[in-house]
Design a protein around this ligand. Structure first.
Ligand code: BGC
Length: 777
């Protein structure tokens, strides 16, 4: 009530001053007080938007479409709209930076729970986990008064060198679509907007500002857009972030095709297009091509904190001038402002928002559950040749040697804009220590290699000290000596969030593990074959020693509960159930983009733009791996000779368990399908082992004959199912013709061609248990 009265008073006080420009107040009904219509939340959203719009001056309209600080844009004080605060995103709520600088503001109330990176979320293959992620993050954001979270990211994993793959959801458009929608819904259920990023084709981090992507319409629609579309149409995203790069020679933050045509016209997006920070380059393109809210523009003086720097944004004074000169009416401006007003009503002005919580027990539990479900057991064999005793899970009474910097390195800091100030982060070494039986076991540690000795990242201090002065030879000698004394060696390696690893701003320079880890692993396994390799990364890495190491675990960047989650899997308190959201190539030549020499592209002579042609087209990830050798050879004629014909190290969708599962025979409720019908497939899954566990059944569809080249198979449904030992459950999948369709470039629409199809059910892209033919008429 106080709020309403204050606003009314403010309205009356400014009414005379603004009289010429303001529409008369039209009051809505309300108990005891007459509210202006736009404040009456019993009225339809669009009426409130129109009413507010009518009351705004030109200056107010211009003000709400560009930033006023690094992460905020102004509301309309006169009308009672508060400032809009955004923040990164996507793994937790980023600590506050200074008003006009990237430096930490030094607050003491902006620590957060760090949730697992989005690759881990995708690896759960569990949409319920995505919803839980969204709601938990939303509550943290509310507490911190952030109304727009800059995430989630759904750019496709095109190459394992992608520096920001860890912030995304893998290589498959269907999996990413299923996971992004509930994340958005969960977050927005708290009255906090998702800002889905980076729309679109931001698959190259190294040259993200210069890349002009050349891609077929088919690959655009079949591979790179579906997750964004799902975020918008299924998730109902209220905001989307334009990407830095160019498509068809136009920057994506004001790209007519991507924003006006596809996003707004075809998909019916009614939310706000926000520029990536510094992604806007032209006032006129921004006016005409669909950008609604400009952030982070690197104008002169801005980095110096000049007081009026924000006036020189492309959508600020320059835009106002063009309107005043008569070059533009307010038609485009009003559309942008309507969208921003919608965002206000959905977030800052939403009176039904719940209260926020920061670092609650529930949020830690959510982070832990997601981490535990996302960890992928890549390999688990016996340390003795021909043995049947699998190395994992470990006993708690053994002498354990932990080797590796990643066992003691905080990973919630670093990596660029997703860096966090976690209230706590349990390191792998501490997680393991807490599991060991204090009386009968012993924990040894050896650093093994040095990757990063940084002690603080943008003002956030890392946990344990990473200071180290010993040489590599000394570090190796120590680790090898201790390995001889241990019952089991757990090596924590992989990448970290330093530049050129998993980090914003650059891509990786190599597929190989950095910092001499390969040599160290070889030396260790030679003296102690009971070696578990735990890989921390958001990308696949080369593992030339994979045959020699009996157990390999992919543990991503897991956030606050890293150590707890990993230890619970290693010691068997949790049965791993994660599945790879991307193909784990043995070497780069197995990846279409690299085999075809289509990364990173060709610089133009002026060295301003690099053209990156996605020559592999729709054949990304397993779609490339699946291609018959003959077809691949044909495609490779004009490119590099095929250096390797091996299978990937681990296929898409792969992940083991401590129990075993058996899939039955695939059946269907019909043999034929017409355009308006659905077909339902059934398959039994049995837990044939002795532990409770979860299997993810994957349904791929194969078009047997088509007028265009089609992937051998494509994921079109999946279900994660939890089973007790000996238990059998039936899993059902219902699909319609959309699962059979390709994007037809002739008609610019989706098309299913009549003919034979096959459904394939399996536990990874390479482990197909049962197939069933059906017909589409
Ligand atoms: C990143 C975005 C991020 C923004 C704000 C940009 O450099 O690309 O993902 O949300 O900065 O930190």
């Amino acid at each position: 009530m106080i709020k309403v009265q204050t606003i009314l008073l403010a309205l009356m006080m400014t009414a005379s001053a603004q009289a010429q420009t303001l529409a008369p107040l039209s009051m809505g009904e309300g108990p005891g007080v007459r509210l202006p219509l736009y404040l009456d939340d019993s009225k339809p959203l669009e009426q409130r938007v129109e009413d507010a719009l009518k009351r705004m001056t030109l200056d107010e309209k211009i003000a709400v479409i560009h930033a006023q600080s690094k992460f905020s844009s102004p509301g309309v004080k006169r009308l009672g709209f508060p400032d809009l605060w955004t923040d990164d995103g996507p793994h937790g709520v980023r600590p506050d930076v200074l008003w006009d600088q990237w430096e930490q503001a030094g607050q003491t109330n902006d620590s957060c729970v760090a949730f697992p990176a989005l690759t881990c979320l995708a690896a759960t293959w569990n949409p319920d986990m995505a919803y839980l992620y969204g709601t938990s993050l939303g509550e943290e954001a509310l507490y911190r008064n952030k109304s727009v979270m800059l995430g989630p990211g759904v750019n496709i994993y095109r190459t394992p060198l992608g520096g920001r793959n860890f912030e995304y959801m893998g290589e498959d458009p269907y999996l990413a679509s299923r996971m992004v929608a509930p994340y958005v819904q969960g977050l927005q259920s708290k009255g906090v907007a998702a800002c889905v990023k980076h729309y679109a084709l931001n698959n190259d981090e190294e040259y993200r500002h210069q890349v002009n992507v050349i891609v077929s319409d088919r690959a655009l629609h079949e591979i790179y857009l579906p997750a964004f579309r799902a975020a918008v149409q299924e998730g109902g995203a209220w905001a989307i972030m334009g990407a830095y790069n160019l498509y068809k020679n136009q920057h994506n933050c004001h790209n007519a095709i991507l924003l006006n045509k596809i996003l707004k016209q075809d998909w019916g997006f009614d939310g706000v297009v926000i520029s990536d920070w510094g992604g806007c380059h032209s006032t006129e393109e921004a006016i005409a091509n669909g950008l609604d809210l400009e952030f982070g523009t690197w104008t002169d003086g801005l980095t110096m904190g000049a007081t009026n720097a924000y006036d020189s944004y492309y959508l600020a004074e320059a835009y106002k001038r063009l309107i005043k000169e008569g070059k533009y009416t307010t038609r485009e401006l009003d559309d942008k402002v309507r969208r921003v007003l919608r965002l206000f009503f959905r977030t800052t002005m939403n009176k039904k928002k719940p209260y926020g919580f920061l670092c609650s027990d529930e949020h830690y539990e959510a982070a832990r559950r997601i981490a535990q479900e996302g960890i992928v057991l890549l390999k688990n064999e016996s340390p003795t040749k021909g043995g049947t005793d699998k190395l994992l899970p470990l006993r708690k009474d053994v002498r354990v040697l932990v080797v590796g910097e990643n066992a003691i390195k905080m990973m919630t800091v670093g990596g660029g804009s997703s860096s966090l100030k976690a209230q706590h982060e349990i390191l792998p070494l501490d997680g393991i220590l807490s599991k060991l039986n204090a009386q009968s076991s012993k924990l040894l540690y050896a650093r093994g290699y040095v990757g990063d000795t940084i002690q603080s990242y943008n003002g956030v201090t890392v946990g344990r000290s990473l200071y180290e002065t010993r040489t590599q030879a000394e570090l190796t000698a120590e680790a090898v000596e201790k390995a001889r004394q241990a019952d089991v060696v757990i090596f924590f390696g992989g990448l970290n969030k330093s530049d050129f690893q998993d980090c914003e701003g650059h891509d990786r320079k190599q597929f190989e593990l950095p910092y001499g880890q390969n040599e160290l692993i070889e030396a260790l396994v030679a003296v102690n074959p009971r070696l578990v390799y735990v890989n921390i990364s958001g990308n696949a890495v080369a593992m030339p020693w994979a045959d020699k190491v009996p157990a390999i675990v992919q543990a991503w960047f897991l956030g606050s509960e890293t150590g707890t989650a990993i230890a619970s899997v290693l010691f068997g308190d949790v049965n791993p159930s994660g599945k790879l959201p991307f193909t784990w190539h043995a070497d780069l030549s197995q990846c279409g983009a690299h085999a075809l020499n289509a990364y990173p592209g060709t610089w133009r002579t002026d060295h301003q733009v690099i053209d990156e042609e996605y020559k592999e087209d729709i054949f990304v990830g397993y779609r490339w791996t699946d291609l018959p050798a003959k077809v691949k050879k044909e495609k490779l004629r004009s490119a590099l000779p095929l250096r390797s014909a091996k299978n990937p190290l681990f296929p898409f969708g792969h992940g083991k368990s401590y129990t075993t599962f058996k899939l039955g025979k695939l059946t269907a409720d019909r043999k034929q399908l017409t355009a308006d019908e659905k077909i339902t497939f059934h398959i039994d899954v049995t837990n044939t082992g002795s532990r409770t566990g979860a299997e993810t059944v994957q349904l791929y569809i194969s078009d047997k004959k088509a007028s265009v080249e089609r992937p051998v198979k494509e994921l079109k449904a999946f279900r994660k199912i939890f089973l007790q030992p000996g238990e059998t459950k039936q899993v059902s999948f219902t699909i319609d013709r959309s699962a059979l369709s390709f994007y037809d470039e002739q008609t610019s629409s989706w098309k299913a061609e009549p003919g034979e199809f096959e459904a394939l059910a399996g536990t990874s892209a390479a482990d197909i248990a049962s197939r069933l033919a059906f017909n589409y008429q």
